[in-house]
Design a protein around this ligand. Sequence first.
Ligand code: AQP
Length: 344
Amino acid sequence: MTTFHERVFSGVQPTGNLHLGNYLGAITKFVALQNTHECLYCVVDLHAITVAQDPAVLKSNIREVTAAFIAAGIDPKAHIVFNQSQVAEHAELAWIFNCVARMGWLNRMTQFKEKAGKDRENASVGLYAYPTLMAADILIYRATHVPVGEDQKQHLELARDIAQKFNNDFAQSIANCGFGEAFFPQPEPLIQGPATRVMSLRDGSKKMSKSDPSDYSRLNLSDDADAIAQKIRKAKTDPEALPSELEGLASRPEADNLVGIYAALADKTKEDVLREFGGAQFSGFKAALVDLAVVKLGPIGAEMKRIQTDHAYIDAVLKDGADRARIIAAENMRAVKDILGFVR
Ligand code: AQP
């Protein structure tokens, strides 16, 4: 068995409206992993252009995500923070993975079906091939661990399938090039805690998402205390009091969602929250949630806005991160070319 150096990679798309789901499902995990792993955190701008983007807005969104990373506690000196388009090897390896992945695998991807909707003929080829680029993002660094929200689980499984097929298809060449039994690791998804799938505040059956037309469906990281309070107060609930046991949330998606959000923000389990609030009416629970959310999110939002205005600083962080990422990516790309038999 080949053993791989443990390395974390993950990304966030610069598509605006960065929200609580992105924060609890991904960014808080990014922050925690810095203590135990070497980490690369990427603003995945090549993924963003799989749907139409206004160039000026895209630039601003790239800086917004970078500012959010730093405001949340990611240290761009100790780890690597960069935007994907500055490291050409992501796209280069993605092409190779397009030739490894099978049409049947991509045809099963539910995110493409959801995002393309009924107008599939008009979706970009990039939207369809999105998961092979995501596999390349991870595997160009031979990353072993990938913190993501639950919605990315299927894409991570595809990345594992691609890694395995590459290792199998080129097994002889991988050994001949001195890499032992496998060149790529099987990247492990890290999907843990009470908020791996934060739901819309307006509809407990829909994921909280950047593209929801209703701003009341999500808490944006840029929301101030008033907006946070208003959105939580207006969040959809049911008429029952909160249960004392987890089973009592089973068919109550909105209640389950708010309890999960509270638990994640308080760094507790849902059981802990229900022990504290079981029997309480939503009015009281929502007031406690507002206080907690304002304390936890308010300072991050304010810091994000402050950092975001300093373009020179952010752009320097991204350039420095890209320069360091490129060193790892270029070395792995050279190895892939040798394995494939390209002349270089
Ligand atoms: N609702 C969510 N709950 C938990 N985690 C979530 N993530 C996204 N939404 C939730 C996680 O955040 C990370 C970055 O996501 P992304 O920027 O790559 O893109 P996304 O999943 O397309 O974001 P949205 O908000 O869902 O956008 P749209 O509206 O375009 O569909 C990922 O780790 C993701 O799992």
